[in-house]
Design a protein. Structure first.
Lengths: 385, 98
């Protein structure tokens, strides 16, 4: 706002951390009716230690005191918690706005009407293909139809501006215009985010992450047509492809500084893509509450210190991408203080080509064994809890 | 273009206040504003700006609020510009003080 007054750049202020997160993701359950191949949280089965309704409300009270203006609720599939709507109502009544991500399973006509009647809740429907063929290969049979039914119910109820949330992959990057058209059809906004090698995503990242040529294609699309497209600032690793500032948003890793994750059992991680002991800051039940974890956890304090530039030291583009995504580096076995695995200058290629020690995800709530990439008849179990 | 229109619409000789659905959260660098209606965030990048915005409703015009925060008339331009941007994004609304 006051650019004429000499103060450190906002990005530098953010890197030192804030009094409370701006973007807090709260995963309410590990239970999910789907078994997406790239699930960040390896969800499937409910964890028996998941927070009770009372414990969730205590967290909301604390978020209100900290003035966390909104939470991004996810999972698992958050709407399968029996107290989901009760918690949404409790949060909005306590001035904590809610944005929730869903695969659409419980967005019935009645739920859509309920959402349309309110004003504090944003809804994000996940879709990873603009066609059933592309989507269902990743999210499971029937999941495209389920998401479209949810969008239709929302539109019919008069709910305006739903979000269609897309993880960009090698197979859907050519469909960006089709996604935009789909959003237009339902009066929705398109949101696209980066595929992370986190959770089950680690198992499919090699096959699904966009190729170098597709990264350029994605960047060009964002610059040319992305004005109304939300990205959660997740493509800052592409910044070095063009002029600084060409991509909207804060180009920095906000982990533990402006962003964090509360998982279904109350564990606090540095970001939603980092469910692993290495990035575990504490627990809201045992760590003196969320406020104390956020302010005092040694991990978060460390992340708010100036970070080593390491292998990126010699690169003239460091100011653009700032080394990229910490979680993407960690889960591909690359050094944290070096280039992102999808470094657009190609600086990660030598390290990716060498023998790497790839860490396993910290928690796995998958139902059964690994989830194969193309299962055409994967069952769509609607009763996971 | 939107900004030009907004600049015309922002009159520093009038009284202003935060939109009733905007919350202000103090931060080490200044403060964060969040509008529960538009879902937009804004940043107040220093303490003087925070003081101005918090006191705005108590004064009959924006210049007086700046003066009260210790910003003399000759130094007010960047602050009035910033207030104009906040008004353009509906973070501020016209106040009722004469």
């Amino acid at each position: 706002m006051t650019s004429a007054v000499r103060v450190p750049r906002l990005i530098e202020q953010f890197e030192r951390g804030l009094a409370a997160p701006i973007c807090l993701t709260w995963e309410l359950t590990y239970a999910c009716n789907l078994a997406c191949v790239h699930c960040l949280s390896s969800s499937g089965k409910r964890d028996p230690r998941e927070l009770t309704t009372r414990q969730c409300k205590d967290i909301i009270d604390e978020l209100q005191r900290m003035q966390v203006f909104y939470v991004n609720i996810g999972g698992g599939e958050p709407t399968v918690r029996p107290d989901f709507w009760e918690l949404v109502d409790y949060a909005t009544a306590h001035h904590v706005g809610v944005k929730f991500s869903t695969n659409g399973v419980r967005i019935t006509p009645e739920a859509a009407q309920r959402l349309a009647a309110g004003d504090y809740v944003d809804v994000q429907i996940s879709l990873d293909g603009a066609t059933a063929e592309v989507n269902d290969a990743v999210r499971g049979a029937g999941s495209f139809a389920m998401a479209i039914a949810a969008l239709e119910n929302l539109a019919a109820a008069g709910f305006s501006d739903a979000k269609i949330s897309v993880v960009v992959t090698r197979h859907n990057v050519d469909q960006l215009d089709e996604f935009a058209a789909l959003a237009e059809r339902y009066g929705a906004t398109l949101r696209i985010t980066r595929l992370r090698p986190s959770g089950r995503g680690a198992d499919v990242w090699d096959e699904l992450h966009p190729t170098a040529a597709q990264q350029v294609q994605l960047y060009d699309w964002l610059v040319e047509r992305g004005e109304k497209v939300l990205t959660g600032d997740s493509f800052f690793h592409l910044s070095a492809l063009g002029q600084p500032g060409a991509l909207a948003g804060l180009n920095l890793c906000g982990a533990g500084r402006v962003v964090c994750l509360i998982d279904p059992v109350g564990d606090v991680y540095a970001c939603p893509f980092a469910i692993h002991d290495r990035f575990l800051a504490g627990n809201v039940l045992s760590g003196g509450g969320f406020d104390n974890v956020w302010k005092n956890a040694p991990l978060f304090r460390e992340l708010r210190e100036p970070q080593a530039v390491g292998g990126c030291a010699g690169c003239g583009h460091y100011d653009s991408c700032r080394g990229g995504c910490m979680a993407a580096k960690f889960f591909t076995g690359l050094p944290i203080d070096g280039p992102d695995p999808e470094c657009v200058r190609g600086h990660a290629a030598p390290a990716l080509g060498r023998q790497r020690d790839v860490p396993r995800p910290g928690r796995d709530h998958s139902r059964g064994g690994p989830v194969p990439l193309t299962l055409t008849k994967r069952p769509c179990n609607e009763s996971p809890v | 273009m939107a900004v030009d229109t907004a600049r015309q619409a922002f009159d520093p000789a009038r009284s202003w206040r935060l939109h009733p659905r905007v919350a202000l959260r103090p931060e080490p660098f200044g403060a964060l504003l969040y509008h529960f209606g538009t879902r937009k965030l804004s940043f107040l990048k220093n303490q003087a700006m925070v003081t101005v915005v918090q006191a705005l409703a108590e004064y009959s015009d924006a210049r007086a609020a700046c003066r009260a925060a210790g910003i003399e008339d000759g130094d007010q331009a960047p602050y009035l510009h910033a207030l104009g941007l906040l008004a353009a994004s509906k973070m501020l609304v016209a106040g009722d003080r004469a």
